[in-house]
Design a protein around this ligand. Structure first.
Ligand code: NDP
Ligand SMILES: Nc1nc(O)c(N)c(N[C@@H]2O[C@H](COP(=O)(O)O)[C@@H](O)[C@H]2O)n1
Length: 238
């Protein structure tokens, strides 16, 4: 597949209008049939099959930034790149952004290593303004390792999004994990929700997420499509 799947072109063809100076936000994740996004103890699960995973990587190319929480960064050590796309197809690569109040991101994580080796974009780390010595030390180490540190007021989402917009991020793909999903949904700052549902059951010990019903009510069904054995469902804020 040398261009984004028609499902993505169709759903992103419908624009969202926002009043604030912030990026347009796509919240996306993969879940099991019993609404789990990770296994026991937060173990990373590859829930998406090949087809929906390729779709997710195409969706990454359609955003300026791709965000995860530090919980995900620490447990999954993600790359947030587009390696599942066919080689040689020109596309843009989003800037990886980690929500990390206390600068806990590992200096030897793949995001930083890939950047240092010229295989990825510079990761941005959003952390709180602080005079705590230990956090300042970790901040300096991350900066020396290559991360761009962006200070914010306790990582409050409206402020973070405003800052990202001022730095040129006009579209943001938020990939999780559980706490970040909750924060974005509660804040009412989700313009699109794209959920991959895999036909597997993880069980009650897996990690789920909670979606605030009042905020969810602002999103309405847009489209759905079967991709391999998965189903991808898109919602839009109208
Ligand atoms: N199936 C899927 O599609 C996906 C699954 N996952 C899974 O999710 C799990 C991780 O989820 P979880 O542990 O909840 O971690 P998250 O990735 O949601 O990160 C949560 C941490 O982010 C930091 N943070 C900074 N700012 C905010 C903010 N405004 N709102 C919320 N958190 C903020 C907090 O730490 P601090 O206060 O220190 O900054 C918080 O503890 C992993 O097991 C991973 O495998 C993750 C992504 C996608
Ligand atoms: N779309 C999707 N399907 C799954 O099955 C997943 N486990 C995830 N996880 C998210 O993708 C990140 C990993 O990215 P890389 O493969 O390292 O590029 C992971 O951290 C989650 O954010 N997504």
């Amino acid at each position: 597949m040398v261009k984004p799947p028609s499902f993505l072109s169709a759903i992103f063809g419908e624009d969202v209008k926002i009043k604030e100076e912030r990026p347009k936000v796509t919240l996306t994740f993969a879940q099991s049939l019993d609404a789990k996004i990770a296994g026991v103890g937060g173990k990373q699960l590859i829930l998406s099959g090949r087809e929906s995973m390729v779709m997710t990587h195409w969706m990454r190319t359609m955003h300026d930034g791709i965000m995860v929480g530090v919980g995900t960064a620490l447990s999954d050590d993600p790359q947030l790149n587009t390696r599942h796309l066919p080689a040689g197809v020109p596309h843009s690569l989003p800037i990886p952004i980690v929500m990390d109040r206390r600068c806990r991101l590992a200096v030897d994580c793949k995001l930083i290593r890939n950047y240092a080796e010229g295989k990825g974009r510079q990761p941005w780390v959003i952390c709180s303004k602080t005079d705590d010595g230990e956090i300042l030390e970790r901040k300096e180490r991350l900066e020396s390792a290559g991360a761009r540190i962006i200070e914010s007021d306790d990582n409050e989402l409206p402020g973070v999004l405003h800052t990202l917009h001022s730095l040129g991020i006009q579209s943001l793909m938020v990939e999780g994990g559980a706490q970040i999903i909750d924060s974005f949904v509660k804040s009412g700052l989700v313009d699109r929700l794209v959920v991959t549902v895999a036909p597997v059951v993880v069980g009650p010990l897996g990690i789920g997420y909670s979606l605030d019903p009042a905020s969810l009510a602002k999103l309405s069904f847009q489209a759905s499509e079967g991709m391999g054995i998965d189903h991808v469902i898109s919602f839009l804020s109208r």
